[in-house]
Design a protein around this ligand. Sequence first.
Ligand code: UDP
Length: 251
Amino acid sequence: MKSFRLMGIPLQSVTQAEALSLVRSWLDTPAAQHSIYTPNPEILWNARRDEAVRQALLAGDLLVPDGIGIVLAARLQGEKEVHRLPGIELAEAIIRQLQPRLFLLGARPGVARRAGTKMEEWGAEVVGARHGYFSASEVDQVAHEVNQSHAQILLVALGSPRQEAFLGVMRSRLRVPVTMVVGGAFDVWAGDKRRAPRPVRQLGIEWVWRTLHEPRRLLRLVALVGFVWTMAFRRGHNDADPAGEAKRNRE
Ligand code: UDP
């Protein structure tokens, strides 16, 4: 397992098999809690300014490069051995191979349940599901439901940066051995959305396909431009602390 840092956040380059054996070992020691995040350029860019997201990522145990942008940025920094592991593929492998008890949190009402049917076909047991449109006053109830379910893995599909911020704040209150963010995966597993065709995914440009199909994602490209600019023209910049950055700029 290879570790590297981007924008002050430590990430790991792992094969799917390595990630699976790590998660298996975590499930064997359920007293400890572990979190999996799947950063892409947009998430790392937002983490510079969003303290809740930054703290969540810093406290994470496995941060796998979800986007080709992360791999390219790592290469710019001289890390040749970094490869991509899309979060949705890692999550599916975990479900199929480890067949855990799952709590599904997120997506529109009804979607998690339908996605759960697919996961049960893959061999998992779905012990709880809840949609992702809850208010701040309902968070305690959500945590209670998750804790009562005795799930081994909590999958959080609230979209970024909400899912990272949610886990960052809630992690210590959740009694689940493994938590993992999965973005829009429930929509895909429920059959409501399609992933990009395989050749597009292999090129690492699934985000282009998603932007074309969901134009509301266009705004997200601002973060991508910021990330690329920082990585390409400020090589060596590896600090997630904006205060530190401002100080350096004054010097
Ligand atoms: N979502 C949610 N609660 C919210 C906002 C979004 O549960 O308050 C869900 C949404 O229904 C979708 C997922 O989060 O299932 C976001 O999917 P997206 O593809 O946008 O994921 P991202 O690219 O942000 O990881």
